[in-house]
Write a protein that binds this ligand. Structure first.
Ligand code: ADP
Ligand code: NI
Length: 236
């Protein structure tokens, strides 16, 4: 049963946990994912209460933020236990949180439940477009990564282990676009998210072209064109 009070308490909890994050995973990222999820869910047949709670809580246990890797999103789980949510719903929400990360996608995971697909799409929409660009540079700054190194090309077939090694020397903000962000468009599940992703994707491409033009990096413009063709990504 939908419980508005619990949604409000969850927002407060997430604000307490992520309010001071400076890596692009702050409280407002969670709020945006929550809003995206509510919009997407309107067009789908899903349990909206589960979707909303999972969207709000999806990053409080993220490995990139709290430097703990665990199979269980422990903080979210403890919060929901304290809130006396049913065991069945807690399991559903924890399962979603565990499976929607990009590293799981690299590991070949395919999502089954509509609730998980919606939260995945909602989170990944916030990783692309203007907001995605802003978050990527915030994240990189937070991890002391350079913006761009013309000599260092992305790892195109990046695997889960390489993706999770944030200290590898090939890591630059711009490379993250090729290693993750430009690939996302083809991996959305729901129709409404796919439609919005087209727009955001095109904005990122235009940003990269302008970026490389300002750098007078013809080689990288060609690299981008070839990348999009090779990966059959439309919209250039
Ligand atoms: P995930 O998709 O793994 O669940 P989130 O959606 O919570 O992750 O946030 C990931 C965001 O953090 C990325 O979209 C990007 O903006 C930033 N980020 C993650 N890894 C890197 C990286 N190696 N370089 C630059 N930005 C990164
Ligand atoms: Ni997120």
């Amino acid at each position: 049963m939908y419980d508005q009070m619990l949604i409000e308490k969850t927002k407060n909890f997430v604000n307490d946990e992520l309010g001071r994050d400076g890596s692009g995973h702050d409280f407002f990222h969670s709020l945006r994912v929550w809003n995206n999820a509510k919009k997407i869910a309107k067009e789908e047949n899903a349990d909206i209460f589960i979707v909303e709670l999972a969207a709000l809580l999806h990053d409080v246990d993220d490995w990139k933020i709290i430097s703990v890797q665990s199979d269980i999103p422990q903080k979210a789980k403890n919060f929901l236990i304290n809130m006396k949510l049913s065991q069945e719903n807690i399991d559903l929400i924890c399962d979603i949180i565990k499976n929607i990360g990009f590293k799981e996608m690299l590991g070949g995971a395919k999502l089954e439940s509509m609730e998980a697909k919606i939260v995945f799409d909602a989170d990944k929409l916030d990783a692309i477009g203007a907001i995605g660009i802003a978050r990527t540079f915030a994240f990189s700054g937070n991890k002391n990564m350079p913006i761009f190194n013309p000599e260092l090309f992305p790892i195109l077939d990046i695997d889960k282990k390489q993706y999770m090694n944030l200290n590898r020397k090939e890591n630059t903000s711009v490379n993250h676009f090729f290693e993750k962000l430009l690939k996302l468009k083809e991996n959305f599940y729901t129709n409404s998210a796919k439609k919005e992703a087209e727009k955001r994707h095109l904005f990122m491409i235009n940003f990269l072209i302008q970026f490389f033009e300002e750098h007078e990096e013809k080689v990288w413009i060609k690299y981008l064109e070839e990348f999009l063709t090779k990966n059959k990504i439309k919209n250039f």
